[in-house]
Each structure stands twice: as C-alpha cells, then as structure tokens.
Design a protein around this ligand. Structure first.
Ligand SMILES: [Zn+2]
Length: 183
C-alpha cells in the first residue's frame, strides 16, 4: 500500500497471526495456537494473558505507575493480578463453572495463566468440540477483561449475569458463524 509516496505494509489478520506465532515461542516454550473461530482481538488478548502481559493494577504498580487502588474490582478481596483475575477470583471461578456446565464437561481449571488455553485438552470429545470449548474460554477471557475495564474506567458495577450473557452472545455470534456449525 502506498501512502504519501511511501510504501507502507498494510495490517492484515495474516500478518498479526504470523507475528503472534513467531513471538509465542518466547512463552516458556509453550506454543500459542492461533484460533480462527474467534476474532483477532480475542486471540491477541488470550495470547497476552498467557504471557502475563496485561496492565493489571498490580502490574502498573510494579512499573511505578500511580494507581488509586490495587484491589480486584470484581471481588474486592485480593489484589488485582492476572492470575487472580482469571484463575482464583470468585468471579473467574463462576465463569469457568458456567462454561463447563454449558459445554457439559466435568470441570475447567487452571493453575497458571498458560493453562487457560489448554484446559479443553483435559475434556473428552472430538477435535472440533475441544476447539469450541477453547473458543468459549478465549471469549470468556476477553469478556472478563472488557468488563474489568468497564468497572475500572466507566465506574460500572461488576455484574456476573452480564458477563455470562456477553459470553453466550459472542459465543453464538462468532463461533457458530466461523465454525460453520449449527449445534
Ligand atoms: Zn477478585
């Protein structure tokens, strides 16, 4: 693409996927698998979660950025780290129980951030089924972070019903269309 007489590389999903796939090998040897059933922004957020590269309030404080409060905006019981927000927070636990129930799997659990994108591997089912569970997991991460930002910056109240509804809506909207399935 030519802009003001200079050639500029255009941004494409393929170029971003390529970047993520090249960078992913820095993630403690863990391979981040690109998921074409969810949008770029969801892949990108999930990738940053597994690398612990989100600007949580504890992360900002560690980098000496002034923050008013470091407590989790969902439960107000612990400091906001990515591990707390997506794994040990009571809100996160409810989200994983909701998805496990929706997908009719026994349980979804993670001990570390990088486990969040391989939880489906412990479930029984076909490759397509596991990809559907992974897709909902990644959408859940994106919805949780989006709601965390709404609570932090727009002073909305944390609402589990809204989080579940958004996961359900985006799950149907994105996965059903991209996976070309009706079930
Ligand atoms: Zn919490």
């Amino acid at each position: 693409m030519k802009v003001e007489g200079r050639y500029v590389r255009s941004f494409t999903v393929r170029s971003m996927r390529s970047l993520i796939e090249r960078k992913m090998f820095t993630n403690n040897g863990m391979r981040f698998v690109w998921n074409n059933w969810v949008p770029l922004k969801v892949n990108f957020l999930a990738w940053r979660v597994t690398l612990d590269r989100l600007p949580t309030t504890m992360d900002l404080r560690r980098r000496i950025v002034p923050v008013q409060s470091v407590e989790c905006k969902f439960c107000h019981a612990e400091n906001e780290t990515a591990t707390h927000l997506f794994i040990s927070c009571s809100f996160a636990q409810q989200v994983w129980e909701f998805i496990a129930s929706w997908c009719k799997v026994n349980s979804l659990f993670a001990l570390e951030l990088k486990d969040l994108v391989v939880m489906q591997d412990r479930c029984r089912g076909s490759v397509r089924w596991k990809k559907a569970v992974l897709s909902l997991t990644q959408i859940a991460l994106w919805v949780m972070w989006k709601n965390r930002n709404d609570v932090t910056f727009s002073k909305k109240h944390a609402n589990m019903a809204r989080i579940k509804e958004e996961i359900r809506t985006y799950g149907f909207l994105w996965v059903k269309n991209r996976a070309k399935c009706n079930d």
